[in-house]
Design a protein around this ligand. Structure first.
Ligand SMILES: [Zn+2]
Length: 379
């Protein structure tokens, strides 16, 4: 039995969006879903019980950060990442590649792997497909990601072609190095930037290797939204129907809906917790920045429509006060609300698929959120 399997329940008649279930050794979750990000083996300020209360079935953690600190040997000794962080539902780990390519400026890419400097202390390090598998096997995540090259945006066709071919060779090496196939599923990552021909080549190479799931990589790296949607339009249909499809690094409400419409099942992003730490809240009427003077005497909730712990118990005035006074409870309440908002949005998306009305739902949501306003951006 494969560690990871996908069950398609139905497709939305308006858009073709997929309602499904992903089964893992640590339970099953419905898709499309959003995965909260726990970079350092913790979703910042959230206890596992909080994430369960908002029905998170899977969270993401970062291989690069856990490798550097505390070290994967310590996590293996602790009994694996689930036990170490007290999370008994599913975990996905990335390959470490994205952080090597984004955090480190002293890097050198070779066929064997990538040389770079530790962003914490400057030490020389080397990450390869084999090393990434060794670390992820030690962490014991349910879903592991293949080690790929993350090319910059924009990149020329020639650069991208060489990169896609190397990513395919690295994917093969990842499969060979993966030692725990019974309990951990390894996903391949389709690259190719905005070039249809290269996405096609990458998908073909990786599908021939028969991974239990596939991701679309290299998006949400600074390209305009219409480029992301266009790339998904021609990439998602290349992906197997009977396996989960994961769009990496995407978490703005519009992109979660647009991605679901294009047949994506899983998403992750640090956005909800990152903006929370600046006192920015998602609401059904768009983003709200709590520090403004207008909220000093506003005793209503952040979002009238939200039934989360924060909105049920605390006012805008109180939250503004916490942020003005730099109190850590504010960070926790904001993170809670923002994660709940996205988990709830995905629940609404799944319900709309059930009722064959995802396009209508998108129209209603975009209208209320403000995406349809002229010059709407940065949501
Ligand atoms: Zn709320």
């Amino acid at each position: 039995m494969a560690a990871i399997t996908y069950e398609l329940i139905k497709k939305d008649k308006q858009t073709g969006a997929r309602l499904g279930i992903v089964h893992t050794p640590h339970g099953s979750f419905e898709t499309p879903t959003f995965m909260p990000v726990g970079t350092q083996a913790t979703v910042k300020t959230m206890a596992p019980e909080d994430l369960k209360a908002m029905e998170a079935g899977i969270i993401l953690s970062n291989t690069y950060h856990l490798w550097l600190r505390p070290g994967h040997d310590i996590i293996r000794e602790a009994g694996g990442l689930h036990k170490f962080m007290n999370w008994d539902r599913a975990i996905l780990t990335d390959s470490g590649g994205f952080q090597v390519f984004s955090l480190s400026d002293m890097r050198k890419i070779e066929e064997e792997g990538v040389h770079f400097r530790n962003h914490l202390n400057g030490d020389k390090l080397f990450l390869s497909p084999e090393k990434s598998m060794e670390i992820q096997n030690a962490l014991g995540s349910d879903i592991m990601m293949a080690f790929d090259e993350c090319p910059p945006y924009p990149a020329s066709f020639e650069y991208m072609k060489a990169s896609v071919e190397r990513t395919s060779r690295w994917a093969e090496r990842c499969l060979e190095a993966h030692t725990n196939t019974e309990k951990q599923g390894l996903f391949g990552i389709i690259q190719g930037g905005e070039y249809e021909e290269l996405r096609r080549q990458s998908a073909k190479d990786l599908i021939s290797l028969d991974f239990p799931g596939y991701a679309v990589g290299g998006l949400s790296v600074g390209e305009p939204k219409d480029v992301m949607n266009r790339v998904l339009d021609f990439t998602a249909p290349l992906m197997p129907e009977n396996k989960p499809r994961y769009l990496m690094g995407v978490g703005s409400p519009d992109s979660l809906i647009d991605g679901s419409i294009r047949g994506i099942d899983m998403f992750d992003c640090v956005l909800p917790t990152r903006i929370a730490r600046n006192g920015t809240f998602f609401t059904s009427k768009g983003r709200l920045v709590i520090k403004g003077a207008a909220f000093a005497r506003d005793f209503g909730p952040i979002d009238e429509k939200c039934d989360c712990y924060t909105c049920k118990n605390y006012s805008r005035a109180y939250l503004r006060h916490l942020f003005k006074a730099d109190e850590t409870f504010g960070l926790r309440l904001a993170s809670y609300h923002n994660l709940h908002f996205l988990m709830n949005l995905m629940k609404d998306v799944r319900q709309a698929i059930r009722e064959d009305r995802l396009l209508d739902f998108k129209e209603e949501f975009f209208e209320e959120y403000g995406y349809n306003k002229p010059n709407a951006k940065n949501f």
